[in-house]
Design a protein around this ligand. Structure first.
Ligand code: MN
Ligand code: MN
Length: 454
């Protein structure tokens, strides 16, 4: 099969580079699901979308969104066709692997104040030590106020981090397998080492608590009802001397979220109702209220039908979903020449070759995968070719090398046509992931073409 390098499609590369600047700003400023949803609402509102919970009735051409518990959202552009003819849905997840502070995180040991964490999603734990880390999240207090925590990304802020053992004393550690070199319970962040002068008991921890009290008006007990995420500090940067790539935290899956968001935001009139679904919790199985398995999206379609004056809302919502087409947009494993042995080269995703489609993901015999139908894949590739979008077809590594999942099967369960579509990433789930700017751009063009597909 002929493979095309997407860079060669462009004489003038400035549209690609310009789009990447917007993306870099987006992921640098919005590193967790709450921040992504907040900024996505800003972008949608700037493109004429209204909060669906504030409107009384809707009609063709209207643009609206619904937010779910500050961590997920669904946005729609009402099409000319009846909703029960189906939607064109772009879905991506906005959570990324990270470390979360435990409910009772703080302790003091030998002059250090430390914070205990529990990792979220699939991480190689050894990648998270001795790098600059930031704290983002919220503390919900008993009086109902919710305090935003944001430490470590402003260049004047302090950072935090996790220790690793010095090489000089690592004789035992270096004999351990990769999964055990850094144990989960050793992922504790250092928060300080200066004691509070007139404090006898745990004076360093007391001093950290005093700082938190002064800055955020929170007490130690408030950590119980908090969501504080420990993430790589610093901005996304150009990668490579040719500035062809972006190095940053959380491309998985904010890169598909941003491209899907911009595709929907910039789309005007549509035949079939366009939908954007940004969901949470994919990295831990798409579970819970804000994950893709939640009834939120289905109920949002129900709300649309209600606002359109439909009488048979819940059944018609199912019908609308059944007749829908979806791109489940999530990152793909990019072929890495340093680790070529995990890939089968004919069926790998290559950086620079455009939007990736995965007919299936899963592991051990496609287990857990939404194996998209041949007919739907044919429809999709025809749309891409008509719009001159460069795309490629890939699976996730060699047979029996490992695997992974996405939100595709969850929407497949509605009996809709779904295929995985996304952007190839290197270093997936590492604190610094890599994408090619041209793939980001092709994905954005591909998502736009999909929304307009008849
Ligand atoms: Mn993902
Ligand atoms: Mn992932």
């Amino acid at each position: 099969m002929y493979r095309k390098n997407a860079w060669k499609k462009y004489e003038d590369k400035s549209p690609i580079m310009d789009f990447a600047e917007g993306y870099k700003t987006f992921i640098s400023n919005n590193k967790n699901e709450r921040l992504v949803i907040k900024e996505s609402v800003n972008i949608l509102e700037a493109h004429g979308f209204k909060n669906g919970d504030d409107v009384k009735a809707i009609k063709e051409g209207d643009r609206l969104y619904f937010v779910n518990k500050k961590k997920a959202l669904a946005a729609f552009i009402i099409g000319k066709k009846p909703l029960t003819d189906g939607l064109r849905i772009l879905g991506a997840h906005v959570d990324s692997p990270r470390l979360d502070l435990k409910e009772n995180p703080l302790y003091e040991s030998r002059g250090f104040a430390l914070g205990d964490t529990h990792y979220y999603g699939g991480v190689k734990k050894y990648q998270w030590v001795t790098i600059p880390l930031a704290l983002h999240g919220v503390v919900a207090k008993k009086d109902g106020t919710v305090v935003d925590i944001n430490i470590g990304d402003d260049e004047n802020d302090p950072i935090v981090g996790i220790n690793d053992l010095l090489i000089h004393l690592s004789a035992d550690q270096m004999q351990k397998p990769g999964a055990k070199v850094i144990e989960g319970e050793a992922l504790d962040i250092t928060l300080g080492h200066m004691p509070l002068n007139d404090e006898e008991k745990e004076p360093v921890k007391a001093n950290v608590l005093k700082i938190l009290k002064e800055k955020y008006d929170i007490e130690e007990e408030d950590f119980v009802s908090a969501e504080i995420e420990i993430l790589p500090a610093g901005k996304a940067r150009d990668y490579g001397l040719d500035r062809s790539m972006v190095a940053g935290y959380g491309h998985d899956d904010k890169v598909c979220a941003y491209t899907s968001l911009m595709a929907v935001a910039e789309t005007k009139e549509v035949e079939y109702t366009s939908a954007l679904y940004l969901c949470d919790k994919e990295e831990i199985g798409s579970v819970g209220a804000t994950g893709a398995q939640s009834v939120f999206f289905e109920n949002s379609v129900g709300k649309l039908l209600k606002l359109l004056g439909n009488k048979n809302v819940m059944f018609d919502a199912r019908l609308a979903l059944e007749n829908s087409k979806m791109l489940s947009s999530d990152v793909s494993a990019g072929f890495d020449p340093l680790y070529a042995y995990v890939s089968e080269s004919k069926n790998s995703a290559y950086l620079g070759e455009g939007l990736v489609f995965n007919k299936y993901t899963g592991s051990r015999g496609k287990s857990g995968s939404n194996d998209s139908s041949a007919e739907y894949y044919a429809w999709v590739r025809n749309k891409m070719d008509e719009a001159n979008v460069y795309w490629q077809s890939a699976e996730l590594g060699k047979v029996d090398q490992g695997g992974g999942g996405t939100i595709a099967y969850i929407f497949g369960n509605y009996n809709m046509c779904v295929i995985d579509a996304g952007i190839p990433v290197l270093n997936m789930h590492a604190p610094m992931e890599i994408v090619s700017k041209v793939d980001v751009y092709e994905a954005y063009l591909g998502y736009k073409a999909f929304l307009l597909g008849e």
